[in-house]
Design a protein around this ligand. Structure first.
Ligand code: APR
Length: 234
């Protein structure tokens, strides 16, 4: 029986790295190959929607070739076996947490396999390529479909629910994130202010390392399963 009752877990691109999905800021990462202003901002989409569709179409296709890794599986096991609450707040837009069996999950930066219409705002699941010509399945208008991804300058999703969870948490774990992007990078300070014990699990010390009570560094598939075992063992 773990000593913690309400566990909040923030995950980032490092969790999916060993599944074969590139991180953003590591050497050779996504932002070393693409200018985020062109492919991950509303202004970039307005300027060149086809380029943005191409960027997300390639990442959506990549998603069909990868599987959850041992770290995703361990987090799903924690949710299933822990007798308290476990909430994953992920910055990742892949579906690997779901594929591993996690259900208590918030995608604060949106999801690659979802799109929405900028005319009627209706969203739907989408696994194929997106184009500027596609007509909205709801309102029938074309030219307005976009990835359901939170771009730079846009408000992340479910911040109210996340804020409440951080207030209630007695354990906050951050896995595979560089701690570069707010508001996610500020979650550890919020959790700490609410009295939670805070742990960083990452390949190397993140920007926010000094905010954490504890840190374990190494590849996620090696450090996360063991950490989950220790939590479940109490
Ligand atoms: N195991 C554990 N951690 C890893 C691994 C691994 N195998 N590989 C890389 N990491 C760590 C890196 O050390 C780095 O600290 O994962 C982190 C990845 O950092 P980023 O590439 O910055 O990704 P992330 O923190 O998720 O970015 C946050 O920025 O661009 C936006 O919306 C995008 O959600 C993303 C957000």
């Amino acid at each position: 029986m773990s000593r913690y009752q309400r566990i909040v877990i923030l995950t980032g691109a490092g969790l999916s790295a060993e599944s074969g999905l590139a991180t953003f800021r590591d050497k050779g990462g996504v932002w070393a190959r693409y200018d985020y202003r062109e492919v991950a901002t509303p202004e970039g989409f307005a300027r060149n929607p086809s380029l943005v569709h191409e960027f997300y179409n390639m990442r959506r296709r990549d998603l069909k070739t990868v599987a959850p890794n041992a770290a995703h599986m361990a987090l799903a096991r924690l949710e299933q076996e822990h007798r308290g609450e476990v909430l994953i707040v992920t910055q990742n837009v892949d579906n690997l947490h779901e594929a591993a069996g996690s259900t208590s999950l918030i995608h604060m930066h949106g999801e690659l396999l979802k799109v929405y219409c900028t005319h009627c705002r209706k969203g739907c699941s989408w696994t194929d390529d997106l184009t500027t010509e596609l007509a909205c399945p709801s309102c029938g208008k074309s030219g307005g479909m976009r990835p359901d991804i939170v771009w730079f300058g846009e408000m992340p999703y479910h911040m109210d629910v996340i804020g409440e969870a951080l207030e209630q948490a007695d354990l906050f774990i951050s896995i595979g994130t560089s701690g570069n992007v707010y508001p996610a990078a500020g979650f550890v300070a919020e959790a700490r202010a609410s009295g939670a014990h805070t742990v960083e699990l990452n390949l190397e010390p993140s920007e926010g390392r000094s905010f954490f009570h504890e840190a374990i560094h190494g590849p996620a598939t090696r450090i996360v399963p063991g950490f989950v075992d220790s939590l479940l063992a109490g």
